[in-house]
Write a protein that binds this ligand. Structure first.
Ligand code: DAH
Length: 339
Protein backbone atom coordinates (compact mmCIF):
# COMPACT_ATOMS: atom_id res chain seq x y z
CA UNK A 1 0.00 0.00 0.00
CA UNK A 2 2.88 2.21 0.79
CA UNK A 3 4.20 1.72 -2.73
CA UNK A 4 0.77 2.35 -4.09
CA UNK A 5 0.62 5.71 -2.27
CA UNK A 6 4.13 6.54 -3.38
CA UNK A 7 3.14 5.64 -6.92
CA UNK A 8 0.08 7.93 -6.79
CA UNK A 9 2.18 10.78 -5.50
CA UNK A 10 4.81 10.45 -8.21
CA UNK A 11 2.32 10.16 -11.06
CA UNK A 12 0.17 13.00 -9.71
CA UNK A 13 3.14 15.34 -9.41
CA UNK A 14 4.28 14.47 -12.89
CA UNK A 15 0.90 14.97 -14.49
CA UNK A 16 0.27 18.21 -12.61
CA UNK A 17 3.61 19.38 -13.89
CA UNK A 18 2.62 18.72 -17.48
CA UNK A 19 -0.90 20.05 -17.47
CA UNK A 20 -1.38 23.30 -19.39
CA UNK A 21 -4.94 24.43 -18.83
CA UNK A 22 -7.13 25.14 -15.83
CA UNK A 23 -9.82 22.75 -16.99
CA UNK A 24 -7.34 19.89 -17.40
CA UNK A 25 -5.97 20.70 -13.95
CA UNK A 26 -9.44 20.43 -12.45
CA UNK A 27 -9.84 17.04 -14.12
CA UNK A 28 -6.62 15.89 -12.44
CA UNK A 29 -7.82 17.09 -9.05
CA UNK A 30 -11.00 15.04 -9.40
CA UNK A 31 -9.02 12.06 -10.69
CA UNK A 32 -6.70 11.96 -7.67
CA UNK A 33 -8.60 13.53 -4.79
CA UNK A 34 -12.27 13.25 -5.77
CA UNK A 35 -14.75 10.91 -4.11
CA UNK A 36 -14.09 8.32 -6.76
CA UNK A 37 -10.47 9.32 -7.02
CA UNK A 38 -7.40 7.08 -6.73
CA UNK A 39 -6.37 8.22 -3.27
CA UNK A 40 -9.83 7.69 -1.87
CA UNK A 41 -9.87 4.20 -3.33
CA UNK A 42 -6.65 3.35 -1.50
CA UNK A 43 -7.89 4.79 1.78
CA UNK A 44 -11.03 2.72 1.47
CA UNK A 45 -8.88 -0.43 1.70
CA UNK A 46 -7.32 0.68 5.02
CA UNK A 47 -9.83 -1.43 6.94
CA UNK A 48 -7.92 -4.51 5.77
CA UNK A 49 -4.72 -3.34 7.44
CA UNK A 50 -3.41 -4.39 10.79
CA UNK A 51 -3.71 -2.09 13.80
CA UNK A 52 0.00 -1.22 13.66
CA UNK A 53 0.03 -0.51 9.96
CA UNK A 54 -3.10 1.61 9.86
CA UNK A 55 -1.76 4.81 11.53
CA UNK A 56 1.46 4.62 9.52
CA UNK A 57 -0.35 4.30 6.22
CA UNK A 58 -2.94 6.85 7.37
CA UNK A 59 -0.21 9.37 8.03
CA UNK A 60 1.47 8.64 4.74
CA UNK A 61 -1.85 9.03 2.90
CA UNK A 62 -2.33 12.44 4.51
CA UNK A 63 1.14 13.53 3.50
CA UNK A 64 0.49 12.39 -0.06
CA UNK A 65 -2.85 14.21 -0.13
CA UNK A 66 -1.31 17.40 1.22
CA UNK A 67 1.52 17.21 -1.26
CA UNK A 68 -0.89 16.77 -4.19
CA UNK A 69 -3.10 19.60 -2.90
CA UNK A 70 -0.14 21.90 -2.54
CA UNK A 71 1.00 21.16 -6.10
CA UNK A 72 -2.52 21.68 -7.43
CA UNK A 73 -2.79 25.10 -5.77
CA UNK A 74 0.62 26.16 -7.03
CA UNK A 75 -0.10 25.03 -10.54
CA UNK A 76 -3.51 26.70 -10.47
CA UNK A 77 -1.95 30.04 -9.58
CA UNK A 78 0.58 29.61 -12.34
CA UNK A 79 -2.00 28.79 -14.97
CA UNK A 80 -4.26 31.64 -13.91
CA UNK A 81 -1.38 34.02 -14.27
CA UNK A 82 -0.55 32.67 -17.69
CA UNK A 83 -4.13 32.97 -18.85
CA UNK A 84 -4.35 36.56 -17.60
CA UNK A 85 -1.16 37.49 -19.39
CA UNK A 86 -2.36 35.85 -22.57
CA UNK A 87 -5.61 37.84 -22.37
CA UNK A 88 -3.82 41.10 -21.72
CA UNK A 89 -1.57 40.42 -24.65
CA UNK A 90 -4.46 39.71 -27.00
CA UNK A 91 -6.34 42.80 -25.91
CA UNK A 92 -3.45 45.17 -26.36
CA UNK A 93 -4.51 48.38 -28.09
CA UNK A 94 -2.05 49.83 -30.52
CA UNK A 95 -2.49 53.51 -29.78
CA UNK A 96 -0.21 54.40 -32.68
CA UNK A 97 -2.73 53.04 -35.21
CA UNK A 98 -4.54 55.78 -37.15
CA UNK A 99 -8.17 56.32 -36.08
CA UNK A 100 -11.10 55.41 -38.27
CA UNK A 101 -11.89 58.36 -40.52
CA UNK A 102 -15.60 59.14 -40.54
CA UNK A 103 -16.67 60.32 -43.93
CA UNK A 104 -19.12 63.15 -43.56
CA UNK A 105 -21.91 63.58 -46.08
CA UNK A 106 -22.57 67.03 -47.40
CA UNK A 107 -25.22 69.10 -49.00
CA UNK A 108 -26.74 68.17 -52.35
CA UNK A 109 -26.08 70.86 -54.99
CA UNK A 110 -29.83 71.54 -55.33
CA UNK A 111 -30.17 72.05 -51.59
CA UNK A 112 -27.09 74.25 -51.61
CA UNK A 113 -28.54 76.53 -54.27
CA UNK A 114 -31.92 76.52 -52.56
CA UNK A 115 -30.43 77.63 -49.25
CA UNK A 116 -28.52 80.36 -51.01
CA UNK A 117 -31.71 81.59 -52.71
CA UNK A 118 -33.65 81.40 -49.45
CA UNK A 119 -31.00 83.44 -47.68
CA UNK A 120 -31.12 86.12 -50.37
CA UNK A 121 -34.87 86.52 -49.99
CA UNK A 122 -34.83 86.21 -46.20
CA UNK A 123 -32.38 89.11 -46.32
CA UNK A 124 -34.98 91.14 -48.21
CA UNK A 125 -37.64 90.42 -45.60
CA UNK A 126 -39.42 87.53 -47.32
CA UNK A 127 -41.07 84.63 -45.53
CA UNK A 128 -40.56 81.02 -46.65
CA UNK A 129 -43.84 79.17 -47.13
CA UNK A 130 -44.40 75.45 -47.53
CA UNK A 131 -47.00 74.34 -50.05
CA UNK A 132 -48.77 71.08 -50.88
CA UNK A 133 -47.61 68.77 -53.62
CA UNK A 134 -51.08 67.31 -54.12
CA UNK A 135 -53.57 69.99 -55.16
CA UNK A 136 -57.11 70.32 -56.34
CA UNK A 137 -57.39 71.38 -59.95
CA UNK A 138 -59.03 74.55 -58.63
CA UNK A 139 -55.83 75.73 -56.93
CA UNK A 140 -53.53 74.36 -59.60
CA UNK A 141 -55.45 75.83 -62.55
CA UNK A 142 -58.72 77.74 -62.05
CA UNK A 143 -57.64 80.07 -59.25
CA UNK A 144 -54.61 80.97 -61.38
CA UNK A 145 -56.81 81.94 -64.29
CA UNK A 146 -55.95 78.86 -66.31
CA UNK A 147 -59.37 78.18 -67.83
CA UNK A 148 -60.94 74.87 -68.88
CA UNK A 149 -59.32 75.09 -72.29
CA UNK A 150 -55.77 75.76 -71.14
CA UNK A 151 -53.33 73.23 -72.63
CA UNK A 152 -51.48 72.76 -69.32
CA UNK A 153 -54.60 70.96 -68.04
CA UNK A 154 -54.17 68.22 -70.59
CA UNK A 155 -53.67 64.72 -69.22
CA UNK A 156 -50.58 64.51 -71.38
CA UNK A 157 -48.93 67.20 -69.27
CA UNK A 158 -50.34 66.64 -65.82
CA UNK A 159 -50.50 63.72 -63.39
CA UNK A 160 -54.14 63.38 -62.36
CA UNK A 161 -54.98 61.47 -59.21
CA UNK A 162 -58.71 61.82 -59.70
CA UNK A 163 -60.72 64.09 -61.99
CA UNK A 164 -59.98 67.14 -59.91
CA UNK A 165 -56.97 66.21 -57.82
CA UNK A 166 -53.52 66.61 -59.36
CA UNK A 167 -49.84 66.57 -58.54
CA UNK A 168 -49.11 70.28 -58.73
CA UNK A 169 -47.58 71.32 -62.03
CA UNK A 170 -46.00 74.46 -60.57
CA UNK A 171 -45.48 76.10 -57.17
CA UNK A 172 -47.90 78.87 -58.24
CA UNK A 173 -50.91 77.43 -56.33
CA UNK A 174 -49.07 78.37 -53.10
CA UNK A 175 -49.73 81.99 -54.14
CA UNK A 176 -53.44 81.37 -53.85
CA UNK A 177 -53.30 79.57 -50.49
CA UNK A 178 -51.12 82.35 -49.13
CA UNK A 179 -53.44 85.11 -50.33
CA UNK A 180 -56.43 83.26 -48.87
CA UNK A 181 -54.93 82.63 -45.45
CA UNK A 182 -51.93 84.79 -44.56
CA UNK A 183 -53.29 88.30 -44.38
CA UNK A 184 -51.72 91.33 -46.05
CA UNK A 185 -49.16 92.49 -46.90
CA UNK A 186 -47.41 89.40 -48.32
CA UNK A 187 -43.75 88.92 -49.07
CA UNK A 188 -43.00 85.26 -49.54
CA UNK A 189 -41.16 82.60 -51.48
CA UNK A 190 -42.41 79.01 -51.72
CA UNK A 191 -39.93 76.34 -52.81
CA UNK A 192 -40.88 72.76 -53.56
CA UNK A 193 -41.34 69.81 -55.87
CA UNK A 194 -43.52 70.01 -58.94
CA UNK A 195 -44.68 67.32 -61.35
CA UNK A 196 -45.16 67.16 -65.09
CA UNK A 197 -45.66 64.26 -67.41
CA UNK A 198 -42.37 64.80 -69.22
CA UNK A 199 -39.89 62.31 -70.63
CA UNK A 200 -36.54 62.32 -68.85
CA UNK A 201 -33.72 63.93 -70.80
CA UNK A 202 -30.82 66.31 -70.19
CA UNK A 203 -33.17 69.21 -69.38
CA UNK A 204 -36.44 67.52 -68.35
CA UNK A 205 -37.63 65.42 -65.46
CA UNK A 206 -41.18 64.50 -64.39
CA UNK A 207 -40.27 65.71 -60.91
CA UNK A 208 -38.33 68.90 -60.44
CA UNK A 209 -38.20 71.93 -58.15
CA UNK A 210 -39.47 75.45 -58.41
CA UNK A 211 -39.31 78.50 -56.23
CA UNK A 212 -42.36 80.71 -56.33
CA UNK A 213 -42.35 84.33 -55.19
CA UNK A 214 -45.22 86.62 -54.29
CA UNK A 215 -45.41 90.19 -53.04
CA UNK A 216 -48.76 91.88 -52.36
CA UNK A 217 -49.10 95.32 -50.83
CA UNK A 218 -50.44 98.75 -51.63
CA UNK A 219 -48.71 100.57 -54.50
CA UNK A 220 -46.57 97.67 -55.71
CA UNK A 221 -45.40 98.34 -59.26
CA UNK A 222 -43.50 96.66 -62.05
CA UNK A 223 -40.55 98.79 -60.92
CA UNK A 224 -40.53 96.90 -57.60
CA UNK A 225 -40.56 93.61 -59.48
CA UNK A 226 -37.60 94.62 -61.63
CA UNK A 227 -35.65 95.95 -58.68
CA UNK A 228 -36.14 92.84 -56.56
CA UNK A 229 -35.32 90.38 -59.33
CA UNK A 230 -32.26 92.33 -60.50
CA UNK A 231 -30.97 92.37 -56.91
CA UNK A 232 -31.68 88.68 -56.61
CA UNK A 233 -29.81 87.86 -59.84
CA UNK A 234 -26.78 89.86 -58.69
CA UNK A 235 -26.77 88.15 -55.31
CA UNK A 236 -26.93 84.70 -56.90
CA UNK A 237 -24.73 85.12 -59.99
CA UNK A 238 -22.46 87.99 -59.01
CA UNK A 239 -22.44 91.77 -59.30
CA UNK A 240 -21.55 91.86 -62.97
CA UNK A 241 -24.64 90.03 -64.13
CA UNK A 242 -27.14 91.99 -66.21
CA UNK A 243 -30.86 91.33 -66.21
CA UNK A 244 -33.35 92.01 -68.96
CA UNK A 245 -37.10 91.54 -69.08
CA UNK A 246 -38.88 90.29 -72.20
CA UNK A 247 -42.65 90.52 -72.57
CA UNK A 248 -44.29 87.13 -72.22
CA UNK A 249 -47.68 85.63 -71.46
CA UNK A 250 -48.83 83.90 -68.28
CA UNK A 251 -52.54 83.61 -67.47
CA UNK A 252 -52.06 84.61 -63.81
CA UNK A 253 -50.02 87.77 -64.38
CA UNK A 254 -50.64 90.91 -66.43
CA UNK A 255 -48.35 92.23 -67.72
CA UNK A 256 -46.04 89.20 -67.77
CA UNK A 257 -42.39 88.83 -68.58
CA UNK A 258 -39.53 86.42 -68.71
CA UNK A 259 -36.28 87.51 -67.16
CA UNK A 260 -32.94 86.74 -68.79
CA UNK A 261 -29.51 87.12 -67.24
CA UNK A 262 -26.36 87.84 -69.20
CA UNK A 263 -24.72 84.49 -69.86
CA UNK A 264 -22.87 83.36 -66.76
CA UNK A 265 -20.42 81.34 -68.86
CA UNK A 266 -19.29 83.87 -71.49
CA UNK A 267 -20.38 87.11 -69.80
CA UNK A 268 -22.62 87.96 -72.75
CA UNK A 269 -20.26 87.43 -75.68
CA UNK A 270 -22.06 84.34 -76.89
CA UNK A 271 -21.16 80.67 -76.31
CA UNK A 272 -22.81 77.28 -76.62
CA UNK A 273 -24.50 77.54 -73.21
CA UNK A 274 -26.40 80.69 -74.29
CA UNK A 275 -26.58 79.40 -77.88
CA UNK A 276 -24.68 82.42 -79.10
CA UNK A 277 -27.23 84.93 -77.81
CA UNK A 278 -25.36 86.14 -74.72
CA UNK A 279 -28.55 85.76 -72.62
CA UNK A 280 -30.10 82.97 -70.58
CA UNK A 281 -33.73 82.78 -69.50
CA UNK A 282 -34.01 82.19 -65.75
CA UNK A 283 -37.56 82.90 -64.63
CA UNK A 284 -41.13 83.94 -65.38
CA UNK A 285 -42.74 86.88 -63.64
CA UNK A 286 -45.40 89.55 -63.82
CA UNK A 287 -47.92 91.69 -61.98
CA UNK A 288 -50.52 89.48 -60.33
CA UNK A 289 -53.62 89.44 -62.53
CA UNK A 290 -56.56 91.37 -60.99
CA UNK A 291 -58.78 88.33 -61.53
CA UNK A 292 -56.38 86.18 -59.48
CA UNK A 293 -56.40 88.73 -56.67
CA UNK A 294 -60.19 88.91 -56.76
CA UNK A 295 -60.67 85.13 -56.70
CA UNK A 296 -58.44 85.00 -53.59
CA UNK A 297 -60.56 87.68 -51.90
CA UNK A 298 -58.20 90.65 -52.36
CA UNK A 299 -59.49 93.95 -53.76
CA UNK A 300 -57.41 94.75 -56.88
CA UNK A 301 -58.34 98.41 -56.58
CA UNK A 302 -56.64 98.64 -53.24
CA UNK A 303 -53.80 96.13 -53.57
CA UNK A 304 -51.40 95.11 -56.27
CA UNK A 305 -48.48 92.74 -56.39
CA UNK A 306 -45.98 90.81 -58.40
CA UNK A 307 -45.12 87.14 -58.67
CA UNK A 308 -42.30 85.11 -60.09
CA UNK A 309 -41.39 81.49 -60.55
CA UNK A 310 -38.06 79.84 -61.29
CA UNK A 311 -36.63 76.37 -61.71
CA UNK A 312 -34.12 75.26 -59.09
CA UNK A 313 -32.47 72.64 -61.34
CA UNK A 314 -31.98 75.18 -64.12
CA UNK A 315 -30.46 77.80 -61.80
CA UNK A 316 -28.14 75.22 -60.25
CA UNK A 317 -27.04 73.98 -63.69
CA UNK A 318 -26.18 77.55 -64.66
CA UNK A 319 -24.41 78.32 -61.43
CA UNK A 320 -22.15 75.28 -61.58
CA UNK A 321 -22.02 74.73 -65.35
CA UNK A 322 -23.74 71.35 -65.19
CA UNK A 323 -24.95 70.12 -68.56
CA UNK A 324 -27.28 67.27 -67.64
CA UNK A 325 -30.11 67.52 -65.14
CA UNK A 326 -30.18 63.74 -64.60
CA UNK A 327 -26.93 64.05 -62.64
CA UNK A 328 -28.92 65.58 -59.76
CA UNK A 329 -30.96 62.43 -59.23
CA UNK A 330 -28.50 59.63 -59.93
CA UNK A 331 -26.72 60.03 -56.59
CA UNK A 332 -23.33 59.26 -58.11
CA UNK A 333 -20.91 60.13 -55.34
CA UNK A 334 -18.28 61.21 -57.90
CA UNK A 335 -20.64 63.93 -59.07
CA UNK A 336 -22.04 64.89 -55.66
CA UNK A 337 -18.70 65.15 -53.90
CA UNK A 338 -17.69 68.05 -56.16
CA UNK A 339 -19.98 70.47 -54.37
N1 DAH B 1 -45.78 78.88 -63.06
C1 DAH B 1 -44.88 79.19 -64.14
C2 DAH B 1 -44.32 77.91 -64.73
O1 DAH B 1 -44.37 76.91 -64.08
C3 DAH B 1 -43.74 80.04 -63.64
C4 DAH B 1 -44.20 81.40 -63.27
C5 DAH B 1 -44.26 82.40 -64.21
C6 DAH B 1 -44.57 81.69 -61.98
C7 DAH B 1 -44.68 83.66 -63.88
C8 DAH B 1 -44.99 82.96 -61.63
C9 DAH B 1 -45.05 83.95 -62.62
O2 DAH B 1 -45.36 83.31 -60.41
O3 DAH B 1 -45.47 85.21 -62.28
O4 DAH B 1 -43.87 77.93 -65.83
Amino acid sequence: MKEQLEQIKVSAIERIEQVDSLSALEELRVYYLGKKGELTAVLRNMKDLSAEERPVIGQLANIVREEIEKRLVLKKGLLENLEQNQKLHEETIDITMPGKVLSYGHMHPLQKTLEEIQNIFLGMGYEIIDGREVETSYYNFDALNLGEEHPARDEQDTFYITNNIVLRTATSPVQVHTMETQGLPIRMIAPGRVYRSDEVDATHSPVFHQIEGLVIDKNITFGDLKGVLAEFAKALFGDKVQVKFRPHYFPFTEPSAEADVSCVMCGGKGCNVCKGTGWIEVLGCGMVHPKVLEMAGIDPNEYSGFAFGMGLERLTMLKYNINDLRLFYENDIRFLSQF
